[in-house]
Every structure is written in C-alpha cells, then in structure tokens.
Design a protein. Structure first.
Length: 139
C-alpha cells in the first residue's frame, strides 16, 4: 500500500471564508499515483474546518449567516475562552459545527463524489497562516 502526505497552506485576510480546495486535493491525488484508496483531508487548526457541500455562493452566504446566528462573534465577553486574551471563542464553536475533516473514496485515480460535491476549507479566525493536511492511502 502507498501513502502520500501534503500540507496545503492558507493565509485568509478576512476573519471568515469558505475556499474550494477540491482542485488542490485532486492535484495531490495525481501526484500520489494512487488509483484506489482513501483521501483524508483535515484542518490542522482548531478554528478552521474542512467539509463537503455544493459550490454555490448563496449556500455559502447562508452558512455565514446561519453560523453567525448560532454562534455570534460579538459580544466577545460572552465566551469564557476569550478570558485568555483571545477573541476567537466563536471560531472554536463554529469549527465544531462544521467539522474537522472529510474522507473521500478514491476510484480510478479520481475523487469519488456524488453530484455537486466539492471539498471546502472553512476559516473562522483568519488573518494568519493555517494548514490543511491531505493524506492519501491506497494502491
């Protein structure tokens, strides 16, 4: 069995963003030479997420609004975590809602998706470099 590992780095200038990383993951898959197996894609920061959904702008705006309604950034004082001097208590909770990672089947050298599925990096406390791990195993 083969194994491939790569870190994808992001520097998001805004506090929150959703970035389609499907193409980058497919490039990793091609570089790995693996034709059949599994790809694990996970955010390596506790204020970021990786998830699968449709690449539709309205949906992403709905996510932004929904998450902000569920877990508003302000007032910052509402989160005990922020007593440490940080202001990202909401980002930790948003990450928990959206998830840490996804696993995608690899079939015949391609990510084996259903209709409209794409992989996204979700940033909830941007303005600094963060990374996503791509780990692919198989034959």
């Amino acid at each position: 069995m083969k194994s491939y590992r790569k870190e994808l780095w992001f520097d998001v200038p805004s506090r929150t963003a959703f970035i389609n990383i499907t193409g980058l993951v497919q490039e990793c898959l091609e570089a790995s030479g693996i034709r059949d197996g599994l790809a694990l894609i996970n955010a390596m920061h506790i204020t970021a997420s990786v998830f699968i959904n449709d690449d539709e702008r309205g949906l992403h705006q709905d996510y932004q609004r929904w998450l902000e309604e569920l877990v508003p950034h302000e007032p910052i004082s509402r989160y005990l975590h922020n007593r440490t001097g940080e202001d990202n208590g909401d980002a930790h909770l948003k990450r928990q809602i959206m998830g840490r990672e996804v696993v995608v089947a690899v079939t015949e050298g391609r990510l084996d998706f259903g209709p409209w599925e794409q992989i996204f990096y979700g940033e909830f406390d941007g303005r600094r470099r963060k990374r996503v791990l791509v780990k692919i195993i198989g034959e």
